[in-house]
Design a protein around this ligand. Sequence first.
Ligand SMILES: NC(=O)c1ccc[n+]([C@@H]2O[C@H](COP(=O)([O-])OP(=O)(O)OC[C@H]3O[C@@H](n4cnc5c(N)ncnc54)[C@H](OP(=O)(O)O)[C@@H]3O)[C@@H](O)[C@H]2O)c1
Length: 338
Amino acid sequence: MVKIAILGGSGYTAVELLKILLRHPQAEVVAVTSRQDDTPLVAELHPVLTGRIALRCEPFNPDGLAARGVQCAFGCLPHGVSMTTLPALLERGVRVIDLSADYRLRDPNVYAQWYGESHEDLAHLAQAVYGLPEIYGDEVATAPLVANPGCYPQTAILGLAPLAAGRSIDLKSIIVDSKSGISGAGRTPKLTTHFPECNENFAAYAVGNHRHTPEIEQALADLAGEAVEVIFTPHLVPMDRGIFSTIYVTPHRPMTQAQLTELYREYYRNAPFVRVVDHLPATKHTTGTNFLDIAVRVVRDRVLVLACEDNLIRGASGVAVQNFNRMYGFDERTGLFG
Ligand SMILES: NC(=O)c1ccc[n+]([C@@H]2O[C@H](COP(=O)([O-])OP(=O)(O)OC[C@H]3O[C@@H](n4cnc5c(N)ncnc54)[C@H](OP(=O)(O)O)[C@@H]3O)[C@@H](O)[C@H]2O)c1
């Protein structure tokens, strides 16, 4: 059994992690940290866990966690907070899976440009592995610190990986048009996610400057071996959860539908959580699962990729457990299938 701590216990990704880890045969959650007053029971913060966990939340205390033998911590904290919180655990030999964006971008200058603040933990940034298991899985296995990938980027990167790796598309004219449910913004209330603001409403946001743009470009450039430019436009849709991305690319040479489908099937042959489907995917087909569904179509000599996932599972907590499984040598599917 691997002893686990979850940090930022009151949030959405924390509760999804708890749901998965409490049924994981090799995981033992020994601590849930939170800033909440009066150390509430975890099940008081998340009534869905009533009868499943007896732990109380506790303040973050890295010495105490290390003394109790915590081996792996999941950081479910906002970006900016992670990079000032997690070093204390890493320095005590605890392996960390960080769900925030703090360790995803290798270049601290790119982080400063897109996140508007300097990176404060360059030492651990240099050790971090980008935790998209289908692409960086071998490095994840030995990493002290895994930077769990963003929710939108996974649909874009896995949606384009077979084409980027084969350099068979124009890498400077990629368009990623994405829609997300409101839980993508987390449990902390904000005006833009207040019910009357977003119910019966549909709107784009962060046009041309969403922070997931450099993350998508970094991974696609790794695959292609050259710089990539993406126009990424996110939208908020009035549903609880789910992300759907429609991606438009121009192939260098015309492809048939059969060639395109075969390329994707072959690329993801050994990826249990990426389903290349014939039908048009829909967010509800992936709700509550760690699957990322992809359909591909040739339309007027362009290629369209349609990719969707549950933002809280595949987009965050499910892929975090997939990474955990790889880090500790368990079957990648443990706790996530069934
Ligand atoms: N939501 C998604 O779909 C999604 C997908 C991929 C990645 N992520 C990333 O995962 C991380 C967690 O997201 P989430 O959706 O779980 O957010 P959330 O629901 O807002 O939860 C974050 C938790 O972090 C703690 N926290 C907030 N501010 C803090 C501060 N200043 N200092 C210390 N702790 C603080 C709070 O827990 P306590 O009050 O218990 O301390 C809060 O509940 C974020 O970095 C987010 O970008 C989210």
